[in-house]
Ligand binder design. Structure first.
Ligand code: ZN
Length: 266
């Protein structure tokens, strides 16, 4: 009888140890969760970019550092779905319906994180969403180069966490570059981190960007957000400098969470 009791006590003891270990592992992994929205119903070059981006970020999750979920259903942009995610990424799309827009505004106004590529900032007269325009720094789509081309970029601030360690200039792989009017740089709450070098002008063959300010990477300091204009075609990833910029950007958005920096050792 005594032996059976001992065995049961031991069994209970080990079960408790296992339970506590599981709880601890759950607390450490994942460090954060991100949800990436993409569309398969947009122009081919933007779909190609989405495929490359999903491959790139999935690869970064090796070892369970974070969870990278993807969805092509913009209706997933709702309070219930977003509540566990530290970052919402817009790969090649943006909120459409009033309900999606409202959910996104609420998420961002309450400290949510955003990482937008390329077309995520696209807006014109038909967009009619003043909040988004303000969020992005006031720039309406003005013009682009065509065909997509590589471009020399200037790092505006080498001391920022996103650009630290990057060279002052680098050649960014083939992309379609968007210019905005007015330039987001004119806003006090917009911090431009990378811009197109004027040495590229005139940029393009069919569609030409002849001159002017062209910010490429920036943040609105009122929000936990970063925008990068890269995002056209399958060549965006694979350049060591640019990959570093993208990873730094993601890391910075996550680390800036007011709930705490998940990268800091406790
Ligand atoms: Zn494009």
């Amino acid at each position: 009888m005594k032996m059976i009791e001992n065995r049961m006590v031991r069994k209970f003891f080990w079960l408790m140890i296992l339970f506590m270990l599981t709880i601890q592992l759950q607390a450490q992994f994942p460090r954060f969760k991100m949800l990436a929205f993409y569309s398969t119903k947009v122009e081919k070059d933007h779909v190609d970019f989405a495929k490359a981006a999903i491959f790139f970020f999935k690869d970064l999750t090796k070892g369970n550092g974070f969870v990278f979920d993807t969805t092509s259903n913009m209706a997933d942009l709702n309070d219930e779905k977003l509540k566990d995610y530290s970052v919402v990424m817009m790969i090649n799309d943006f909120p459409h319906s009033p309900a999606q827009r409202a959910a996104f505004e609420k998420y961002m106004e309450n400290g949510g994180g955003w990482f937008g590529f390329h077309v995520a900032a696209y807006n014109d007269k038909s967009t009619k969403w003043p909040w988004l325009l303000d969020f992005l720094g006031g720039g309406v789509f003005y013009r682009n180069n065509w065909p997509p081309m590589p471009a020399k970029l200037l790092v505006d601030d080498q001391t920022h966490d996103v650009t630290k360690g990057l060279p002052q200039t680098f050649v960014s792989p083939i992309n379609e570059w968007y210019q905005w009017k007015p330039s987001p740089r004119e806003r006090k709450n917009i911090k431009v981190l990378v811009s197109l070098s004027p040495e590229n002008y005139p940029l393009g063959l069919k569609d030409i960007v002849p001159d002017g300010d062209l910010p490429v990477v920036w943040t609105n300091t009122d929000y936990r957000m970063i925008y990068m204009n890269m995002g056209h075609g399958e060549n965006v990833f694979g350049d060591a400098t640019q990959d570093m910029l993208i990873i730094n950007g993601l890391r910075w958005v996550v680390a800036s969470d007011k709930k705490g920096n998940v990268f800091e050792k406790k």
